[in-house]
Structures are given as structure tokens and as C-alpha cells.
Design a protein around this ligand. Structure first.
Ligand code: HEM
Length: 445
């Protein structure tokens, strides 16, 4: 089965209606990430509405983010400059923010170990992701014994997290039923809101996809998708700023002038912090956390140049290539470098462009993607190494010339399946990055 890696962003912009179908993922096409069709539409619409309602729409997300930072980073003061694994702090901070929105509770000293245990499970699961998992239809993976074995190994850690979520949902439903958890009109969190919608739909539309399994998988999707991505981007921001002291200096100056050093930043300050916004954008561009986007499927035959992409073909965009186009950004990713680095590359693939992309794709999957995307501290080391190796320039000023370059920075994807957690993630990046520099001086050890 041919994997097409789309490289021309224009094509993607023009045709994204045809790519909104996701390559189906376990568990059984439920939830938000691996579902399709009307089911996906109703689940996504509900999730977006509820994220707004319990999140940024009501401003208390801002308070919660600040609050979590205070709680998670305050003990650092006591360390007197001792080195710390900063990634762990970002992990639990981001984990608590999302968990409060989903289940109204945070991770603290009492349950931190449980959180890190789950986090390790997720890391294991994501690190073992491979092309087999993302491109071969899910039903085939379960039917063919060889593939089933790979499938089972890859998904095993993932079921542990699903069980954790399912336990919490069961407990909550029990509490609602025996009156220990009163719901009111809207409930307190995503789980409550989903339960209320489920009850409503079961009366009005018994065939709707709002049921307990969908509740569990939707929460699972938000829990998993909302954590490592954000926490890792925070880590990257730190790495880039530590490597670019002149940028750090400019950020501090901009923020100091705005707040006079005696108040916190608020999301409403965004229009007044153009340089800081540009730093976050440049961080996301270069960190390129999901450097190959989640797989979709062509919903129709599509002609791109000389190539006919048949309906049903798994398709992905190489987001990192789009975000480093030579015509727009100063440093082109040099594929020949990879040719030198990776002797296993097959040079006899069907067309020149595809060969180049395929080479890049293989390299990314084999050397950096899994490590860069998913696994804690080793991530930063490998990411830092790639950064040096490819010599990309961290240059936030590039966005300040009125050239609308930001339109080409698409770390959250675009189109119908664009990341629904974008606003929450951007709020976390803005506020936590500010607090980091407002409260501490960091250095590499
Ligand atoms: C820096 C942080 C983040 C990045 C870079 C990121 C990136 C992405 C990307 C590239 C996609 C695929 C979009 C596409 O197919 O075009 C995606 C999907 C998704 N993201 Fe995020 N994300 C982040 C944070 C979050 C957060 C905080 C949440 C939850 C609150 C979240 C929930 C999801 C979900 C549920 C999907 C699947 C949407 C669907 O298929 O309809 N993400 N994300």
C-alpha cells in the first residue's frame, strides 16, 4: 500500500475537504482521534463546545494554569539551584490542568506516582508506534496473526491508561447515581457534561453515539493528546531560549515593560506581546512536535500533479517540511544530509520527489520522531542534537515584518480535523512560558 506524504501545502489547503477522514484507530473507531463520519462530527462538536465551556470560554482555565504553576514549581525555590529534571515538572503541571478539566481533580504528592506511572505507559505506547500501526487498516492488524502480535504489543500500555480512565468514569457515574455528586444544570467538568448529554441523547435519539464507551474513549483521547505535546513544547521553549540568550533578554524586557514586574501576565495581554508571541511560534515551528501529522485517508480519488491518489489511501502531511520551506524560512532542510546519514534508504522508489520525502520520512521515524515526540528527557537530548545537526535558526524576528509568515506555521494541523485543543495548548504555552521566566533563571547542567 502506497503511503503518500503530501509536501505541497497549497494542495493541502485546497483539498482538505477530501482528507478529513482519519485512518481508523483503536479502540474500534470510538472517541475523537480515531473516529469518522457523523459519529466523529457529533463527538467533536460536543468536545469543542465543552472545552470552551470548561476552559478558556470562562476564564477560569487561566486561573487554573497559574495556580498549577505555583503549586508545581514552588518547591523549586527550596532547591537552591540543584539540577532538576524539568520535564517531570512540566508533565505533571500539564497533566493536572487537563485532568482538572476532565475530572475536576489535580495530581499532587498523594497521587503523583500514579500519574507518572500512567505517563510512562503512554510513553511506551507512543514510542512503539510504527508505520504498521498507522497505515495498515486496523481490522487487518487484528486478523493477520503476525500483525496482531505487533498490534497487541503496541497497544498493551495504552489499555492500562484506558482502564484508569474507565475506573474514574465508573466511580463518577456511581456517585451521580447515589447522589454523592450532584450535577446541577451543566455539571462541573467534561465528564459531567458528557453524562448529561448522554442522558439527553438516550431519550431523544437512542441511536446517537453518546454512550459510556464513547465517554471513556473521548476522555482518553483528550488526556493523551493534551499532555506530551504541550509539556514537550514547554521543554523546547526552554531549550531554545537557553541557547539564544539574546532572545531571552528581549522576552524579559518586553514582559517587564508590560507588567512592571509586579503583576502576572493574562491571556488578554497577547496583543501587547508581539515578540513573546513570535518566540512561542518559532518554538513550535522548530520543535515540530508532530512532525508527521496524524494519518488521514483520501475520501475520494484525488489528482496531484502526475499522481492519482486513490480513494482510501492513507495520507499524511509532513508538517515539519511545510514549516521549513526554503522560500519562506531561511534554512532549508537538506535531504542529502539524510542520504549521507542513513545508508538504508532505498534509492529506487517510484519518483524523485517521493523518494526524497520517503527518505525524510524514514529518517524522521527512525531517528527523531519517536524520540522527539514522546519521551521525556531523552527527547530533549535527541531533539537538541537534531537541531544542531541541521543548523536551523531560531529567529522570532522573522514574524515581525508584516509578511504573514505565521500562516505557514501549522503545528496543530489545519482543516476539519485541526487540533481541538489548540486554544488550551496556546494558553498553557503563553502563561507557563511567562511564569518560567518571570520566576526563575534556568541553565543547562
Ligand atoms: C502543543 C500542543 C499540541 C499540538 C502541537 C497538537 C497537535 C495536533 C495535531 C497536529 C493534530 C492532528 C490535526 C490534523 O489531523 O490535521 C491534533 C489532533 C488532536 N489534538 Fe492536539 N495538539 C496539541 C495539544 C492538544 C491538547 C491540549 C488537546 C486536548 C485538550 C489536544 C487534543 C487533540 C485531539 C482530540 C485531536 C484529534 C482531533 C480529531 O481528529 O478530530 N491536542 N493535535
Amino acid at each position: 500500500m502506497l503511503i503518500i506524504v503530501l509536501i505541497v501545502s497549497v494542495v493541502f489547503y485546497l483539498a482538505f475537504r477530501k482528507w478529513r477522514q482519519r485512518q481508523e484507530l483503536p479502540p474500534d473507531g470510538h472517541g475523537l482521534i480515531g473516529s469518522n463520519g457523523e459519529y466523529w462530527q457529533e463527538q467533536r462538536r460536543f468536545a469543542l463546545h465543552t472545552l470552551r465551556n470548561f476552559g478558556l470560554g470562562r476564564n477560569f482555565m487561566e486561573e487554573r494554569i497559574m495556580d498549577e504553576f505555583e503549586l508545581k514549581f514552588k518547591e523549586l525555590d527550596k532547591l537552591n539551584g540543584e539540577p532538576i529534571p524539568v520535564h517531570d515538572h512540566f508533565d505533571i503541571l500539564v497533566g493536572s490542568v487537563i485532568n482538572r478539566m476532565l475530572f475536576s481533580y489535580r495530581f499532587d504528592e498523594k497521587n503523583a506516582e500514579e500519574f507518572y506511572g500512567l505517563k510512562r505507559e503512554v510513553d511506551k505506547s507512543l514510542e512503539s508506534l510504527s508505520l504498521v500501526f498507522t497505515t495498515i487498516p486496523y481490522f487487518m492488524q487484528r486478523m493477520i496473526p503476525y500483525l496482531r502480535k505487533i498490534y497487541e504489543t503496541q497497544t498493551k500500555p495504552f489499555w492500562g491508561v484506558k482502564n484508569f480512565i474507565a475506573r474514574q468514569v465508573e466511580e463518577r457515574l456511581q456517585e451521580i447515581q447515589d447522589g454523592r455528586h450532584p450535577l446541577g444544570d451543566e455539571g462541573e467538568d467534561f465528564c459531567d457534561a458528557y453524562y448529561l448529554e448522554m442522558m439527553k441523547q438516550q431519550k431523544e435519539n437512542p441511536k446517537s453515539g453518546f454512550n459510556k464507551e464513547s465517554l471513556i474513549v473521548s476522555i482518553l483521547d483528550l488526556w493523551i493528546a493534551g499532555q506530551e505535546t504541550t509539556s514537550l513544547t514547554l521543554c523546547w521553549a526552554l531549550i531554545y531560549l537557553l541557547n539564544n540568550p539574546h532572545v531571552e533578554e528581549k522576552v524579559r524586557k518586553e514582559l517587564q515593560e508590560l507588567t512592571d514586574g509586579n503583576r502576572d501576565l493574562s491571556l488578554t495581554d497577547k496583543p501587547k506581546t508581539p515578540y513573546f508571541n513570535a518566540v512561542i511560534m518559532e518554538t513550535q515551528r522548530l520543535a515540530s512536535i508532530l512532525n508527521t501529522n496524524l494519518f488521514r485517508q483520501a475520501t475520494d480519488d484525488v489528482q496531484i500533479g502526475d499522481y492519482l491518489i486513490k480513494k482510501g489511501t492513507p495520507v499524511t502531511t509532513q508538517l515539519s517540511i511545510i514549516m521549513s520551506e526554503e522560500a519562506l524560512f531561511d534554512k532549508k532542510f537538506d535531504v542529502r544530509l539524510l542520504l549521507d546519514l542513513n545508508p538504508r534508504i532505498n534509492e529506487n522508489l517510484p519518483c524523485e520527489q517521493f523518494v526524497l520525502m520517503h527518505q525524510f520520512f524514514i529518517d524522521v521515524l527512525q531517528t527523531s520522531s519517536t524520540k522527539i515526540s514522546h519521551s521525556g528527557r531523552k527527547t530533549c537530548v535527541s531533539g537538541y542534537y537534531s537541531l544542531k545537526r541541521y543548523n536551523f535558526q531560531f529567529n522570532p524576528d522573522r514574524y515581525l515584518n508584516g509578511n504573514r509568515l505565521e500562516q505557514h506555521v501549522i503545528p496543530f494541523g489545519i482543516g476539519k480535523r485541526e487540533c481541538p485543543g489548540k486554544s488550551l495548548a496556546l494558553a498553557e504555552l503563553y502563561l507557563v512560558d511567562f511564569l518560567k521566566f518571570h520566576s526563575f533563571n534556568f541553565e543547562f547542567r
